[in-house]
Write a protein that binds this ligand. Sequence first.
Ligand SMILES: [Zn+2]
Length: 220
Amino acid sequence: MYDNIIIHDSTSNKTYLELQKLVSEIKQKYCIFGEFHVLIKDDPANGPNIEMKMVDLNPKKWFSKRTEVLIITKGILENFSPITNADELKALLAHEFSHTLHKDIKFKGITGVVIGLIDLILLDILLQTNQNLIIIIVTVILMIIVSFRVFYHINRKLETRCDEEAYCKTQNREALKNAIKKVGYLGTQNRLGGVIHCIIGYSHPSDEERSARIDSLTFN
Ligand SMILES: [Zn+2]
């Protein structure tokens, strides 16, 4: 029944069948057709995660192309069991499918390249017009900070749109808010670099901002 949802994991069990069902349900809500891949992975060092990513599913094959894949780490499945926390997991999936529908992964890739190219042009102009090493170093640091801040600002807008769409599709405010809080908490448990993020900005709005935004959404 859910043949076009392919879950890549060595130990398929009932949990994954439930996951397949939820993924299929949300995929249909977004009218996304065709084959869809879900990759279950171990948690990275910075904690459990769920995200859409371009992945090479056949790394041994020459010239194989990258496919958009939903990556769910085992920590997410432990904390959002498809059976006991189905509504929260559905809310997370709805958020991730909004990224897919709007081709956010490609858009972010292109945005990163454009920002990088602008930086290179500015660096070239700087090197041609200024010989003072300190000014060059300070300007490069500022350029890096501004580049991250611009990129993250755009990313935060995308995240807010995905939250709004996830609420629209699932109509379960509390489940979405709980899921966001839980993922935020799981992600920050081992996260280092708080100071760096104070300088370069944050990729996502804070949990409080996201919850307030979801609370403000009405259909009338
Ligand atoms: Zn997102």
